[in-house]
Each structure stands twice: as structure tokens, then as C-alpha cells.
Design a protein around this ligand. Structure first.
Ligand code: CAA
Length: 384
């Protein structure tokens, strides 16, 4: 028995976040994007609505909804701008959900509860200057010293690096062990030796924060180690199962934004004596966006359904992220095409959509990583 409908609660959530995006993000986003400004009050308002911990159980300060509720939040926010969905992705998808799965009760009380309530912000520190796709080759070192570890290294391309209170940092206790030496730690921004700096000159997500996290002799108490020594790679990959899900859901929202902008423009703009909506090559682009949106949504909700059952979903989530991000990028390209020269100008939102969509294709597993994963699953080289 298949049920493709959203529950009453999910529909109410969807209209609440849609209203939020219309009122709190869309009127300002052009200016914020131009000014490279991340507006923290948006996060405060999301927290007040319980949206920074939507799928965290109530006992840990969240709203107690399911994974597809998280997908709805991400899709609606990305309709406004990728920056705010990215903040939710790293805070909830990559950090809080990981603490829920792997954290001790003490870590949940100290870190998960305030994060789920939106009182503290979380980020995820895996990528390094010389380790992106090859996550198992990180160099950040963790050396045990009594009741703490001393961390040294640098994390790059970290979304929300300059705002997060707590970063889930991956380091190796023994580089010769490769991915089996990786270990996860909760690192507070306030720990001595932690500094962050923003990355300038990004192609897109101008309205969002991306940075470097530098760790110099940072002393992290043993109680802040998540899981055991050597479990870090599995923890990072399981975190990405959730993070990629939020990216996929956001990508669907971005495709919807491309479609809505294109439909509006195609119905208004006239060439050769009729609205361009009546030209079949324009219709072809609109039709592809519509199909891509439906496919993205179906893949996202299927992955969410598996997550709700507690079933391993690495394959399905990777597929959803791969297809939905690619769809958003292609939709943004076509949306500009439909807008013609106007699409090339920031007077219309579609150029921002294109710049932002490229990040979705690259982060949380590049297009190529997901292509390879899907091929390996299909060929039987990879199984969960
Ligand atoms: N859950 C639990 N365990 C998992 C797992 C998962 N999802 N995926 C893998 N594992 C386990 C495997 O079972 C295996 O265990 P054993 O060693 O006990 O056998 C181990 O981890 C190694 O797994 P693989 O053999 O699959 O490892 P691999 O080397 O083949 O993986 C890869 C390669 C898939 C390319 C992986 O390195 C990868 O996904 N790379 C991309 C990294 C990435 O997405 N980075 C994004 C950074 S975050 C970001 O962008 C943040 C931001 O701010 C936006």
C-alpha cells in the first residue's frame, strides 16, 4: 500500500514555512545576496518556531516530527535561498541528528538539547584543504593526553563556520590507520585554540556563511569524543546520509523556484506576437523542470520514508541527492535561458539560482562521487 499524501501536520508545517519564506527571506534576499550578508535573525525566528530541531525528539528539545518534516522545511527554505537551508542542513542534518544517533546521554543533554531548541548552532568539520571527496585521508590530528585530546589541523569549506557554537570535528588518532583512525569530537568555538575565518570570493551562496576552522592545540575533553576512537569515518558517513537528504530536499525547493520563475516569465514575455509560453522549445524546458521536480520529490520522500523506518538508506539518499542537485542545476540553467538576457542580470532571481545550485552539485558528495556510488551499487561492488 503506497500513500503519497502529506499528513495534516506536514501540510500545516509546509504552509507555515512557505509563509515564513515569503515574509522573512524573499523580500530581502536580493539585498543580502548582493551584500554577502547572512541574517542571523532568520535563524532566531526559525528557532522560535521550533524549526531548528524539527525532527529531533521532544525529549531532546525538538519538535518530534519525522524525517519528511525535515525535508519539507529544507525544500521551503531553499525556495527562499540556499543559505538558510544550508544552515539547517549542517545544524540539524549533519550535527544534531548525528549526536542523536551516536552521542552519549551526557552529550545529548549538553549539546543536542540547546541545538534542537535553536539556542546554540551546530556545524560539521570534515573537509580539509587536502581532503574533500577522499574523506578518509584527513590530516587533522588528535593526540590523547590524559583526560583530553589535543587537536591540530584545519577544516575548510565549513558552512556556518563563523556562526556555529559547536562543531563536530573529525580528526585522526593515527594517520597510518587511514579511515579506521578517524575519530569524532564535539569542539566548542569557545575552546582555546579555535579560530575561524570566512571564505571570500565564492561563486554562489553569497548570502550564506562558509569558512575555515583552524585548530591549534585545542584541548578537547574525553567526554566530548563522539563514539569510540576509529569510529569517526562511519559516524561521518552516517551523518552524510542525513546531510545529503537535506541537500536533496533543498534542491527540490530550488527547482520549484526555477519552475515558478520560469512559468511567470514565460506567460508575461512576448515574442513573435505571443507569450513565449506558447513556443514549444520554451515548453520543453518547463516540462523538464516539472518532471525533474516530481522525480526529486519522490526520491526525497522515499529516502525519508526509509529513514522513518530506521532502515539504512545510503544508496537511496545518495540517489536523491545526485538527481535532485543535478536537476536544480539544469533547471537554473534553463530558467536563465527562458529569461534570455534578463536572466543574465540580477534584476531577476534566476542568476542567483544558478550560482547557488552549483554548490548543491559539489558539496556533501560531488556529482562524480554519487555517480560512482550508484554505479557501484548497480554493479554489486558496493552494498550496505
Ligand atoms: N553508515 C555507516 N557506515 C558506513 C557508511 C554509512 N553511511 N558508509 C560507509 N560506512 C562504513 C563501511 O561499512 C566501511 O566499514 P568497514 O571499514 O568496517 O568495512 C567503512 O565505512 C568504509 O566505507 P567505504 O568502503 O564505503 O568507504 P570508501 O572509501 O569506499 O568511501 C566515499 C568512499 C563514498 C567516496 C566516501 O569517502 C565519501 O562519501 N566521500 C565524500 C565525502 C563527502 O561527502 N564530503 C562532504 C563533506 S561535508 C560538507 O560538504 C559540509 C558542508 O559544510 C556543506
Amino acid at each position: 500500500m503506497f500513500d503519497f499524501s502529506l499528513s495534516q501536520e506536514q501540510l500545516e508545517l509546509q504552509s507555515m514555512v512557505r509563509r515564513f519564506t515569503q515574509n522573512e527571506i524573499l523580500p530581502h534576499i536580493k539585498e543580502w545576496d548582493e551584500d554577502h550578508h547572512f541574517e542571523m535573525s532568520v535563524i532566531d525566528k526559525l528557532s522560535a518556531l521550533g524549526l531548528m530541531g524539527v525532527c529531533i525528539p521532544e525529549q531532546y528539545g525538538g519538535a518530534g516530527m519525522d524525517y519528511n518534516a525535515l525535508a519539507i522545511v529544507c525544500s521551503e527554505l531553499e525556495y527562499g535561498d540556499t543559505a538558510y537551508r544550508t544552515a539547517v542542513s549542517v545544524h540539524t542534518g549533519l550535527n544534531s541528528m548525528t549526536l542523536l544517533q551516536w552521542g552519549t546521554e551526557d552529550q545529548k543533554q549538553r549539546y543536542l538539547v540547546p541545538q534542537a531548541q535553536g539556542k546554540k548552532l551546530g556545524a560539521f568539520g570534515l573537509t580539509e584543504p587536502d581532503a574533500g571527496s577522499d574523506a578518509g585521508s584527513i590530516r587533522t590530528r588528535a593526540v590523547r593526553d590524559g583526560n583530553s585530546y589535543v587537536l591540530n589541523g584545519s577544516k575548510l569549506w565549513i558552512s556556518m563556520a563563523n556562526y556555529a557554537d559547536n562543531i563536530l570535528v573529525f580528526a585522526t588518532v593515527d594517520p597510518s590507520l587511514k579511515h579506521k583512525g578517524m575519530t569524532a569530537f564535539i569542539v566548542e568555538r569557545s575552546f582555546p585554540g579555535v579560530t575561524t575565518r570566512p571564505i571570500k570570493g565564492k561563486l554562489g551562496i553569497h548570502g550564506g556563511d562558509t569558512g575555515e576552522v583552524i585548530l591549534e592545540n585545542v584541548r578537547v575533553p574525553v567526554e566530548n569524543r563522539v563514539g569510540e576512537e576509529g569510529e569517526g569515518f562511519k559516524i561521518a558517513m552516517s551523518a552524510l546520509d542525513n546531510g545529503r537528504f537535506t541537500v536533496a530536499a533543498g534542491a527540490a525547493g530550488l527547482t520549484r523556484a526555477c519552475l515558478d520563475a520560469s512559468v511567470k516569465y514565460a506567460l508575461e514575455r512576448k515574442t513573435f506576437g505571443k507569450a513565449i509560453a506558447h513556443h514549444q522549445l520554451v515548453q520543453q524546458m518547463i516540462a523538464k523542470m516539472e518532471a525533474g521536480l516530481q522525480v526529486s520529490d519522490l526520491l526525497v520522500y522515499r529516502a525519508g520514508w526509509l529513514k522513518n523506518q530506521g532502515v539504512r538508506n545510503t544508496r537511496e539518499t545518495s540517489l536523491a541527492k545526485w538527481v535532485a542537485a543535478d536537476t536544480a542545476f539544469k533547471s537554473a540553467t534553463d530558467a536563465i535561458e527562458i529569461h534570455g538576457a534578463n536572466g543574465y542580470s540580477n534584476e531577476y532571481p534566476v542568476e542567483r539560482f544558478l550560482r547557488n545550485s552549483k554548490a548543491l552539485v559539489i558539496y556533501e558528495g560531488t556529482h562524480e562521487i554519487h555517480t560512482i556510488m550508484q554505479a557501484e551499487y548497480a554493479l554489486g561492488f558496493r552494498e550496505d
